[in-house]
Design a protein around this ligand. Structure first.
Ligand SMILES: [Zn+2]
Length: 122
């Protein structure tokens, strides 16, 4: 069991940390809106937490790229450290269209906790 102290993220209350532990016990793939929904924190607080975990090498980070025509499924998932692809090289495998306009793209983040058992505390 790895204990992770979140005291430096002072916007998380004890109750929210407990809710976060409940979430992570069943789901290691964390997107900002999922963390916000489960703990009641704001989206930017959820993102700050996930970046904190990424920085401590407790989570792997990914950029999810969505085609605006079908936003339920991303068509590309890349490690955060690789950054974004150039727009002229994008092909959507979901609808098999070449994407030429970056306005047709949406992005989100996913972080995957890479430790077996993590317990957050404040
Ligand atoms: Zn598509």
């Amino acid at each position: 069991m790895l204990k992770v102290n979140l005291a430096s993220l002072d916007f998380f209350s004890k109750k929210q940390v407990s809710l976060l532990n409940d979430l992570v016990a069943i789901n290691k793939q964390l997107m900002p809106h999922v963390v916000a929904g489960a703990t009641g924190c704001r989206l930017e607080e959820a993102m700050a937490l996930l970046i904190f975990l990424y920085d401590k090498d407790l989570a792997d980070g990914y950029i999810l790229t969505y085609h605006s025509k079908h936003q339920d499924f991303y068509f590309m998932k890349r490690p955060l450290k690789e950054g974004l692809l150039k727009i002229d090289s994008l092909f959507c495998q979901v609808c098999e269209e070449k994407i030429e306009n970056e306005n047709d793209l949406l992005y989100d983040f996913e972080f995957v906790i890479n430790k077996e058992e993590v317990k957050f505390e404040v």
